[in-house]
Design a protein around this ligand. Structure first.
Ligand code: NG6
Ligand code: CA
Length: 531
């Protein structure tokens, strides 16, 4: 088996080399012709459209009106959905952030990498710098590559000195340009990092960050409730920044600290400048918004606008931001030459550690869109997320039931741009993403807190696991039970009827597929070693 894998690898390298040379020469050819005719110019552009991935944080399947929300209106996201392909079976690889982002960028299932779990702000980079990534692949195809927004895949190699250039990070795994927050909005360091440098840092006021102990005399959420503008419910009681208690301790770096209410506008400005600066070359922009993750801090323009408290308000804010971003693409006349993918890293959660009225003011809104579970869950609401592809004039409006996953973007975007790059886990589903086919993948392994489940056709299989069935802090069913769970999602979208006892044939079929796919894994290579 190992032999076969090596041969396969070699085969991929060789075919990649051949394909690249064919592609380069065909590009040269195309260029000559392009000089002569405007029609051929379009062909060239089509081969290298700009690619923008708009990635939300904790946005649920039912949080957008295009997916049926009635209590909240998201017109700008809906425009992408209604004029593009709206997927009803689009998945993140995982029910939390770090693993999903790992799967998206590397095309490798995150459960193959033991470090792909929710990371503290001080965690080292978990993508191997030798590994394939979407931006690396696109760079080889001649793209400028940028990230703006949330990273949460680790930085440096341990014991980071935040006062020097922090590396390796996004720039070492394929991004020419990076403007990021290191981890999450609720974690220190609460500063922006531009190409590895803390933005706006005053060298006379160095930053120190620690997740195990506080610095002398620094106030904390736990000890200084009088300093808080937002109260913590669980966790989130360490250093206080802008009146908000965070996870982890931080000292110094005053001038560099972000303003929470301005974060959305700040990232928008960065994303717009990226587009404007790169409008004359093919570019890939990974725009990772922070909403509606906690702490939910809408700009005053949006406060109270949803009637649902800060969670609803930041969804409206994000929708407005996306509208503004698309306006820039339009003004720069790039919309017809840009593929936009809109999706979210995991499902929704209401109380994720702060008292912010998300539960109290929810009203009739259903962030899960009627799916079971939520963020952290092996049930479908953990990983089935809003998923939209939009390309003005190229993609015809459609609703697609194809089973697609963010891990498939690597191979599919490779195909789109003339690269042969692929991994064992990333399926090439370009036609599905472009709305030309309803055929997605047959099977998909889903992950939540290192536990995995199978989606196969219309069926979901969750193997038995030890552990709590409900995370009572966030009030979400985790999908954990000490027996097999088998659901027919076509008839039972809400995963209420466990058919494991009554459909032994289906159960054994899926157990066998699951065992084969899950196999034994070689870390980070994406290779499966089946027994
Ligand atoms: C959890 C945090 C939660 C959120 C999550 C990461 C506590 C008690 N809870 O550990 O608030 O930060 O991690 O979310 O600290 S994610 O979307 O980035 O995966
Ligand atoms: Ca998330």
């Amino acid at each position: 088996m190992i032999h076969l894998l090596k041969n396969k690898k070699r085969y991929i390298y060789v075919s990649l080399a051949i394909a690249t040379s064919i592609f380069i020469s065909s590009c040269k050819e195309t260029k000559k012709e392009a000089d002569n005719s405007a029609k051929n110019k379009t062909t060239m552009e089509t081969a290298k459209p700009n690619i923008v991935v708009i990635y939300m944080d904790d946005l649920g399947y039912g949080d957008i009106s295009a997916n049926g929300a009635t209590e909240i209106t998201t017109p700008n996201i809906d425009k992408l959905a209604n004029e593009g392909v709206r997927f009803t079976n689009g998945y993140a690889t995982s029910a939390t952030c770090t693993p999903s982002r790992y799967g998206l960028l590397t095309g490798v299932y995150p459960w193959r990498n033991k470090d792909a779990a929710i990371l503290p702000g001080t965690a080292p980079l978990i993508i191997n710098t030798e590994q394939t990534t979407i931006p690396k692949m696109l760079k080889k195809q001649g793209y400028a590559t940028g990230i703006v927004g949330k990273w949460h895949l680790g930085l440096g190699q341990g014991n980071v000195n935040w006062n020097e250039r922090v590396s390796p990070g996004p720039n070492e795994v394929g991004f020419d340009y990076s403007y990021i927050m290191a981890a999450t909005q609720d974690r220190v360091p609460t500063v922006y990092i531009k190409n590895g440098h803390v933005d706006g840092l005053d060298p006379k006021d160095p930053i120190e960050v620690d997740y195990s102990k506080n610095y002398d005399n620094q106030p904390t959420g736990k000890n200084n409730p009088e300093l808080l503008s937002m109260k913590w419910h669980h966790g989130h009681n360490n250093s206080i920044v802008n009146g908000i208690p965070r996870i982890g301790f931080m000292k110094g770096g005053e001038a560099a600290k972000w303003s929470d209410v301005d974060m959305a506008d700040h990232f928008l400005k960065e994303a717009k400048s990226y587009v404007t600066e790169h409008k004359n070359e093919p570019f890939f922009l990974y725009y990772a918004l922070q909403q509606p993750h906690v702490p939910r801090t809408p700009h005053p323009r949006f406060v109270g606008k949803s009637g649902m408290g800060p969670r609803g308000d930041v969804i409206l804010e994000a929708d407005w931001i996306i509208g503004e971003f698309i306006k820039t693409l339009e003004e720069e006349k790039l919309l017809e030459n840009t593929l936009i993918v809109f999706t979210s890293d995991n499902g929704p959660v209401l109380n994720d550690g702060y008292f912010d009225d998300a539960v109290e003011k929810l009203g009739k809104h259903t962030p899960t869109g009627g799916l079971r579970g939520g963020k952290y869950s092996l049930f479908d609401a953990g990983t089935r997320v809003p998923f939209i592809t939009y390309w003005k004039g190229k993609i015809k409006p459609a609703v697609s039931n194809a089973l697609v996953c963010q891990v498939d973007l690597l191979s599919s975007l490779a195909k789109l741009t003339g690269s042969n790059t692929t991994t064992n886990d990333s399926e090439q589903l370009l036609d599905a993403f472009l709305g030309k086919s309803n055929n997605g993948r047959k099977h998909l392994i889903l992950e939540a807190n290192k536990k995995t489940a199978l989606r196969s056709g219309d069926w979901a299989l969750i193997p038995p696991y030890k552990g709590k069935a409900i995370n009572t802090q966030v009030n979400i069913e985790l999908g954990i039970a000490n027996e097999y769970q088998l659901y027919n999602l076509k008839e039972d979208k809400q995963q209420q009827n466990n058919l494991a006892d009554t459909n032994a044939k289906k159960l054994s079929e899926l157990v066998s597929i699951y065992t084969q796919l899950r196999g034994e894994t070689t870390e980070e290579t994406g290779e499966l070693e089946l027994k």
